[in-house]
Write a protein that binds this ligand. Structure first.
Ligand SMILES: *Cc1c(COP(=O)(O)O)cnc(C)c1O
Length: 602
C-alpha cells in the first residue's frame, strides 16, 4: 500500500499530451538531416508514448526550484530559475515531466539597514498552493521513520512533487557540507523516490539538476536490486536512464561529506548491502566524498550548461578519467518575454508554434522596423515603472525612471566573479557618462547570506553612490532582487551589463532575457554568450574597466539613434535566438535521451 495518496490526474489529458509529445518528436525528426539521429528520436518516441496505461515521465530532481510568482516556490538563483523554466517549457510542449524538489519552510529576503544587507526569513506554507498527499519516511541511525510531508501540484503535462516537514529549514542552511544539508538531500532523494513510486510514475529518464540530488539515482538503483536484479545490471540500467547536469566549474567549491555523516544519514536508507558497499567505495583515502563524483558514477551521460562550460568543467570519475560533458546550453521559457514581443515573434514567424526559431527567422528579424521596436520598449518601460513603484531603492523609496532616460541595468546575484563593482571603479567617469547621456543605472542583486566579503562590497558601492549627488540621483539599487524585478528590468531597460570574469560563468540566463526583450547587451565573452564566436554584442575584452566605460558610452549613442538601435537589436537577436529558446534546450536534452533509447533498442 502506498503511503501517500495519488494526485488528481486527468488521464484523458495525459493521453492528449502523449499526442503532443509525439508531434514534437515528429517535428524534431523532420528537422534532422542525419539518419542515425532520426532513428534515435524514433526510439525515444516509442519509449515515451509506449503504453497508455502506464504513467511514463521524465523526472527532474533539483534542490532549487524558483517559480515564486505562479508556483509559490522560491529556491536560490540561476539554478532554480532554470529548473522552473525547464518545467514551463515541458508544460508548453506537453512533455510529461515530474519535478522533485524540496519545499523549504523558510524563505530569505534582503533588507538594507545603513547600506548593509540583513536577511529576514519569512515562513512559507505549502498548503497555499499544493495538495497534501500524505507522508513518506526516511531513516537515520538515531531516528527511524522521520516523516516527510509530500505535496503535489499538477500543471498540464507536468507535476511538481515536493517534500518537506515543519523543521525542514531554509535553502543553504549554514555550510554545504553540514549535517542539515545532507539531511535535506537525503529527504529529497530517498523520500522523493518513494513519493514517485506512490504515484505509480515510471521514470523514463531521471535528470539530476546538480549533484546534490544524486540520492534519487541511488534510491532507484537500490530499488532495482530489491526487486531482484543483479547489482551490475541494476547499475547499468540506472546509468542508462540517468543524466547528470553540472553547473559548476571545478569540484573545489562544492560541499564534501565525511564517512560518518553517510553512515548516519545515507546508509540507513539503502536496503542492499551491495549498493551500500558501492557507495562506500567512492570515498577517498581521507574518508571524504564529493557528491559530484557519486553523480558522475551513477549517471550514464553528463552535461554542462554552455559550450564553453562543457569544455572547461574539470571533473574526474573514480578511475581518474575526465568526465566528458555534453553541451546543452541553458535556454529560457517564454515567461520572461514581454507578451507583446512574443506575439510579434509569432506573427512574423520568428518563433514557430513550438517556440523554436522558424526557418528563415534571421530574415524575418532583419525586417523588423524601429517603430515597432521602440513602441514595445516604451510599453515595457511603463510596465517596469509600475513594478518598481512597488519596490524600494537603497533609501527605501520607490523608483521611477523618466521616459526619456537611457536605462542601464546590472541584475544578478552579487557574487564576486560577476563583478557588480566594475562599473563603479571610476565613479567620476560613470557620473559624467550618466549625466551627459541623460542615463540612469539600476543595480540589483543579493550577496549570498554567507558571503561577508560581498556584503562589504555592496556596502562600499552604495556608500560611494551616496557620496556623489550625480550618482545618487541616477543610480538606483533595487532591494531584494527576485524574478519580478529581473523580468521587469529585462522588459523595460535599454542596456544590460554582464561582466563575469571570463571562464567563471557557467552559462547565465539574464542576458538571454535581455536580448529577447530588445535590450542592447554589453558583455564579456563568457558562459552562454560565448556559444557564438566571436560574440555578437558590445564586447568587453582587454582592459575590461576601460572597455566597460567605452561600451557604455557607445550604448547611449546606439539607443539614441533609430538606425543604430534597430541594427544592434536585430544583430544580437539573430545571433542568439536559437540559444535563447527554451524549446531548443529541451530538444537538446531529448537528443541525449534519444541516444540512450537507441542504444537500448540495438
Ligand atoms: C534570470 C534570473 C537569474 C539567473 O541569472 P544569471 O545570473 O544570469 O544566471 C537569477 N535570479 C533571478 C531572480 C532571475 O530572474
Amino acid at each position: 500500500m502506498p503511503a501517500t495518496e495519488k494526485i488528481g490526474q486527468d488521464y484523458l489529458r495525459g493521453r492528449h499530451d502523449a499526442q503532443k509529445v509525439a508531434r514534437l518528436l515528429d517535428y524534431a525528426i523532420s528537422r534532422s538531416k542525419e539518419a542515425e539521429h532520426r532513428e534515435a528520436l524514433m526510439a525515444l518516441k516509442t519509449e515515451l508514448t509506449a503504453n497508455g496505461d502506464r504513467d511514463i515521465a521524465l523526472i527532474y530532481g533539483s534542490m532549487e526550484f524558483y517559480d515564486r510568482e505562479e508556483n509559490d516556490i522560491k529556491g536560490g538563483g540561476g539554478l532554480g530559475v532554470l529548473a522552473g523554466d525547464t518545467r514551463r517549457v515541458c508544460e508548453d510542449l506537453g512533455v510529461r515531466q515530474v519535478v522533485l524538489t524540496p519545499f523549504y519552510t523558510s524563505e530569505s529576503h534582503q533588507e538594507l539597514v545603513g547600506f548593509w544587507q540583513h536577511e529576514r526569513n519569512d515562513t512559507t506554507d505549502p498548503n497555499r498552493l499544493y495538495t497534501n498527499l500524505g507522508q513518506v519516511a526516511i531513516d537515520t541511525t538515531v531516528d527511524r521513520g522521520i516523516g516527510l510531508d509530500v505535496y503535489g501540484r499538477q500543471l498540464g503535462s507536468t507535476t511538481i512533487l515536493t517534500v518537506t516537514e515543519p523543521a525542514f529549514g531554509e535553502l543553504y542552511p549554514g555550510s554545504n557540507s553540514g549535517d542539515h544539508r545532507l539531511y535535506q538531500e537525503a529527504a529529497l532523494g530517498f523520500g522523493g523516490y518513494k513519493a514517485l513510486k506512490d504515484q505509480d510514475i515510471t521514470p523514463a529518464f531521471t535528470q539530476l539538476n546538480e549533484a546534490p540530488v544524486v540520492f534519487l539515482a541511488i534510491a532507484q538503483l537500490d530499488d532495482l536490486v530489491s526487486e531482484g536484479m543483479p547489482f551490475e545490471q541494476a547499475l547499468a540500467q540506472t546509468r542508462a536512464r540517468t543524466l547528470f547536469t553540472n553547473h559548476t566549474l571545478v569540484p573545489a567549491v562544492e560541499g564534501e561529506f565525511g564517512y560518518a555523516q553517510f553512515e548516519h544519514m545515507i546508509m540507513p536508507n539503502i536496503k542492499n548491502h551491495e549498493v551500500q558497499e558501492w557507495v562506500r567505495s567512492m570515498f577517498d583515502e581521507h574518508g571524504r566524498l564529493k557528491l559530484s563524483l557519486l553523480a558522475a558514477e551513477a549517471s550514464g551521460v553528463q552535461s554542462g550548461v554552455s559550450k564553453l562550460h562543457a569544455k572547461v568543467a574539470e571533473y574526474y570519475d573514480k578511475d581518474g578519467n575526465r568526465v566528458d560533458f555534453q553541451a546543452v546550453t541553458n535556454g529560457i521559457s517564454n515567461r520572461w518575454i514581454n507578451p507583446g514581443i512574443l506575439k510579434l515573434y509569432r506573427d512574423r514567424v520568428i518563433y514557430d508554434e513550438f517556440s523554436v526559431p522558424a526557418p528563415g527567422y534571421q530574415d524575418a528579424i532583419a525586417e523588423l522596423d524601429i517603430e515597432t521596436i521602440r513602441t514595445l520598449k516604451q510599453e515595457g518601460r511603463t510596465y517596469m515603472n509600475e513594478v518598481l513603484a512597488t519596490r524600494q531603492d537603497q533609501y527605501g523609496e520607490p523608483i521611477d525612471i523618466p521616459e526619456d532616460a537611457v536605462l542601464f541595468n546590472f541584475k544578478r546575484r552579487f557574487a564576486n566573479y560577476k563583478r557588480p563593482g566594475l562599473p563603479f571603479e571610476d565613479p567620476e567617469r560613470l557620473a559624467q557618462l550618466l549625466v551627459e547621456g541623460n542615463a540612469h543605472f539600476i543595480l540589483t542583486g543579493k550577496p549570498h547570506p554567507n558571503d561577508d566579503p560581498m556584503k562589504g562590497e555592496l556596502h562600499r558601492v552604495l556608500t560611494l553612490i551616496d557620496s556623489d549627488p550625480r550618482l545618487k540621483e541616477r543610480v538606483h539599487y533595487v532591494q531584494d532582487y527576485d524574478e519580478q524585478v529581473g523580468r521587469a528590468l529585462s522588459i523595460g531597460a535599454d542596456v544590460a551589463i554582464n561582466l563575469p570574469v571570463v571562464g567563471e560563468e557557467a552559462c547565465g540566463t539574464s542576458w538571454m532575457k535581455d536580448i529577447a526583450n530588445f535590450e542592447v547587451l554589453i558583455s564579456t565573452p563568457d558562459g552562454g554568450v560565448a556559444d557564438v564566436e566571436p560574440i555578437e554584442c558590445l564586447e568587453v575584452s582587454g582592459d575590461e574597466t576601460e572597455m566597460t566605460y567605452v561600451r557604455m558610452k557607445e550604448a547611449v549613442e546606439i539607443v539614441r539613434s533609430d538606425d543604430q538601435l534597430g541594427n544592434e537589436v536585430k544583430r544580437e537577436l539573430a545571433a542568439y535566438l536559437e540559444t535563447i529558446s527554451g524549446t531548443r534546450m529541451m530538444l537538446d536534452y531529448l537528443d541525449l535521451f534519444a541516444a540512450q533509447a537507441l542504444a537500448r533498442k540495438r
